[in-house]
Design a protein around this ligand. Structure first.
Ligand code: NAP
Length: 516
């Protein structure tokens, strides 16, 4: 029997011993650059002639890994391996599958500093952001292990005279898992192990910016005793093999997290039947956001400002939940701008190997250029308060940037930018603030700062987002407590880390035997 789920505690890096351990892990992994990352298919490491490289965004000359790249041939090989493995894995008892995840959680805990170190270098995460990412991956393993046991014990039917009715949740088949680079351990692990623990087999295509981190999960699951072929790792360019993987007639389920553009394409392609396909493909797609913090005058303004800045600039604003709009009622607008600007000016930007830097680089050059182009748009749409340019260094550094007086309907009010850029918008009152907050096509996270109980109730009813927070930041969802997923163009609202999630990876079989 397993104990109750509790979230993994974060390592406290103010403790000298912990700090030394993280430094030592960074030292240790740097000896492994440029790490060769193979494909892993049917329990075997496989190399390919074609390769891609991942770089340290804090130091663009540093190659972190060279990964062997899957083409269509390797996708086919992986599909065959996954189909073969499915015929055995699907019959393994839920508890036994859950125990593989529990073992993996312990291995990941043991390797935490090392996993953090890869994220600090390959994904440009600060120490604490990397620690939060690894801890969330541990949480997903622990939570879904328990959830699988719970699902296997659900009695989903009522008694019926002279029959023995049952409802059994069974796996779907081969699952294509396609994660983003921004939570390269947590999201990748969560989606992959949810598919595995429910009895499916997996083709995992990691994001091209963070393949070495993805491969760590393969190592961990191998050590945890996952049978060959259940998890197949096929790094490669999404643009090249993504469509093939999605359209493949043997793909049963696609579990995707990433941009709206790619997510909608997957949904469209998966809806078309390929020759030889005998099922309706299921798609879980979690996509972008235009997340907002609303600030009312009846609140602690310092607390609101602190949490706006933390939500906007933690991990350089590259979280789907990051605050990219602060909508502030007019009576406290000027005061709030001063507070936000003062806190933003204090943020340090630089290589994330140095724990003193609060912000690191954005992920790559294309991302840096895209954000700089939005800064130019912002100069036309509003007034620059802070930042607005590159920060020094040999990485993709940007200063945390704040624009004020952005009008509802402007591009900075509507479009996902995915970087350290905050648009501040004035509202005449609380009701109008909620109206503006709801006016994009997205609906992922939102937060409201007010002490007024009526306004809290209004926000709970009318603020249309998948994850709403009251008087706290809009980032930092915790597995178990804050099931995560968005409305509208933010996705299919799958609620990762929640009690409904595993149901998406299974189908229910109703059986009834006549007994009298
Ligand atoms: P992305 O460009 O959409 O890529 C996501 C994944 O899709 C990557 O593995 C990518 O591979 C792959 N891909 C690209 N083209 C594909 C295609 N045609 N078919 C199948 N797969 C394809 O997103 P990203 O830049 O990695 O991540 C940032 C986005 O993710 C943001 O919009 C953010 O809001 C969103 N996000 C959402 C959540 C959420 O829970 N809602 C969480 C995190 C991030 P390559 O890397 O090889 O291109």
């Amino acid at each position: 029997m397993l104990g109750q789920f509790v979230n993994e505690p974060y390592t406290d890096f103010s403790v000298p011993e912990n700090r030394r351990a993280q430094e030592a892990a960074l030292q240790e992994i740097s000896k492994k650059f440029d790490r060769q990352v193979p494909l892993f298919i049917g329990g075997k490491e496989i190399t390919s002639e074609r390769k891609l490289k991942s770089f340290n965004p804090s130091n663009k000359d540093q190659i972190v890994s060279t990964f062997h790249r899957a083409g269509k041939k390797e996708v086919d090989l992986a599909m065959e391996a996954a189909l073969r493995a499915f015929e055995k894995w699907r019959w393994v008892a839920p508890k036994e599958r859950a125990l593989v995840l529990m073992r993996a959680a312990n291995i990941l805990r043991r390797r935490k500093m090392e996993v953090n170190a890869w994220m600090i270098t390959e994904a440009g995460k600060s120490w604490i952001e990397a620690e939060a990412d690894t801890s969330e991956a541990v949480d997903f393993l622990e939570f879904y292990a328990r959830e699988m046991i719970r699902w296997s014990e659900i009695k989903g039917v009522t008694p019926f005279p002279r029959e023995y009715p049952e409802l059994n949740y069974i796996p779907l088949g081969v699952t294509a898992v396609i994660p983003p680079w921004n939570f390269p351990m947590a999201i990748l692990t969560g989606m992959t192990v949810a598919a595995i623990v429910t009895g499916n087999t997996v083709l995992l295509k990691p994001a091209s910016d963070s393949p070495a981190i993805g491969y760590l999960l393969v190592e961990i699951m191998r050590e945890a005793g996952l049978p060959d072929g259940v998890l197949n790792f096929i790094p490669g360019s999404g643009g090249e093999i993504g469509d093939y993987l999605v359209e493949h007639p043997k793909t049963r389920l696609i579990c995707f997290t990433g941009s709206k553009e790619v997510g909608l394409r997957i949904i469209e392609l998966a809806a078309k039947t390929s020759p030889g396909q005998i099922w309706v493909k299921r798609v879980i797609a979690e996509m972008g956001g235009k997340d907002t913090i609303v600030v009312d005058h009846e609140t602690d303004l310092d607390d609101a400002a602190r949490n706006i800045v933390a939500s906007a600039f933690g991990y350089q604003g590259q979280k789907c939940s990051a605050c990219s709009r602060a909508i502030i009622v007019q009576s406290v607008y000027e005061k709030m701008i001063k507070k936000i600007a003062a806190l933003t000016e204090q943020l340090t930007v630089g290589p994330t190997e140095n724990p003193e830097n609060y912000m690191g680089p954005v992920i790559n050059q294309a991302s840096q250029e895209k954000i700089l182009s939005y800064i130019e748009i912002g100069k036309k749409e509003g007034k620059l308060v802070s930042g607005g340019e590159k920060a020094p260094g040999n990485g993709y550094f940007l200063k945390p940037t704040v624009f004020r007086d952005i009008q509802p309907g402007a591009r900075l009010d509507q479009e996902e930018i995915f970087g350290p850029l905050l648009a501040v918008i004035k509202a005449k009152d609380f009701d109008q603030a909620i109206q503006i907050a709801n006016s994009t096509e997205y609906g992922l996270t939102g937060s409201v700062y007010t002490r007024n109980r009526y306004k809290i109730e209004t926000a709970k009813k009318l603020f249309y987002v998948g994850n709403l927070y009251i008087n706290r930041k809009c980032t930092g969802a915790m597995v178990g407590a804050h099931p995560f997923g968005g409305f509208n163009m933010s996705g299919t609202d799958s609620k990762a880390g929640g009690m409904d999630y595993l149901g998406l990876f299974m189908q229910a079989k109703s059986i009834s035997e006549k007994i009298g």
